[in-house]
Design a protein around this ligand. Structure first.
Ligand SMILES: C[S@@+](CC[C@H](N)C(=O)[O-])C[C@H]1O[C@@H](n2cnc3c(N)ncnc32)[C@H](O)[C@@H]1O
Length: 206
């Protein structure tokens, strides 16, 4: 059996893990949205123990890939993937007791490869699910101050929009504002290789 791989995930996963180790709450369940092949999940889960990693995707084919990777590289703290389309609310993890409780949401390379509505739905989910000081971690390319941060990101944005006009690299300021409206405070913006960012939000309650 040949495992399907994402070259981008191969390249960026160790840099992402370094950030996750630092910013995630020490315990609890990490719900990964849009896990894709599952390569981040199998790589990160054992290194982030005792946290539990819960992969998910909206695509059944992805769930199959995640299961294959999980079989190939098992980890006691890596859960079986669940079907979550951020647009279909409530998410299944909200209607069943989670043990341990979810303390973080992670979405890697998702919000630009989906309509803006999906970013809003992801933020809605974070608002509903995260406890006080729970973390939402986003990774990917962003525009900043209304500009692309590199010619390669601009070209990537054009190629995304040619595939689907509703896709595209998001403005960090727009994401941050939409998050703030949902009691998700921007904590850190961390430059990453290849003109990507790690963006960390924390849920607060007044
Ligand atoms: C570029 S892939 C990234 C996969 C993985 N996170 C990675 O970095 O390798 C984008 C993923 O977003 C998922 N996705 C797109 N729309 C979604 C939605 N509405 N809800 C959940 N996942 C979605 C796709 O199924 C796909 O797996």
């Amino acid at each position: 059996m040949t495992l399907e791989t994402s070259p981008a995930a191969e390249r960026n996963r160790r840099f992402i893990l370094d950030v996750l180790k630092r910013v995630l709450p020490d315990t609890g369940m990490v719900l990964e949205i849009a896990s894709g092949t599952g390569q981040h999940a199998v790589y990160a889960a054992p290194k982030l123990s005792p946290r539990i990693w819960q992969p998910s995707d909206r695509n059944e084919h992805c769930l199959g890939m995640i299961n294959q990777w999980r079989d190939a590289e098992p980890s006691s703290n890596l859960q079986a993937p669940v079907l979550i389309d951020v647009l279909t609310q409530p998410w299944p993890v909200e209607t069943q007791p989670m043990n341990p409780a979810i303390t973080a949401l992670v979405a890697i390379n998702m919000i630009h490869i989906a309509p803006w509505q999906c970013c809003e739905a992801l933020l809605d989910g974070a608002q509903r699910i995260l406890p006080a000081d729970g973390v939402l971690y986003l990774y990917g390319p962003f525009r900043q101050q209304g500009e692309h941060t590199s010619p390669s990101n601009m070209a990537f944005d054009h190629s995304l929009k040619s595939r689907d006009p509703e896709w595209g690299i998001r403005d960090l300021e727009k994401v941050t504002l939409a998050a703030a409206k949902r009691q998700l405070a921007l904590m850190e913006v961390i430059p990453m290789p290849a003109n990507n960012l790690s963006v960390v939000f924390k849920r607060h309650y007044f």
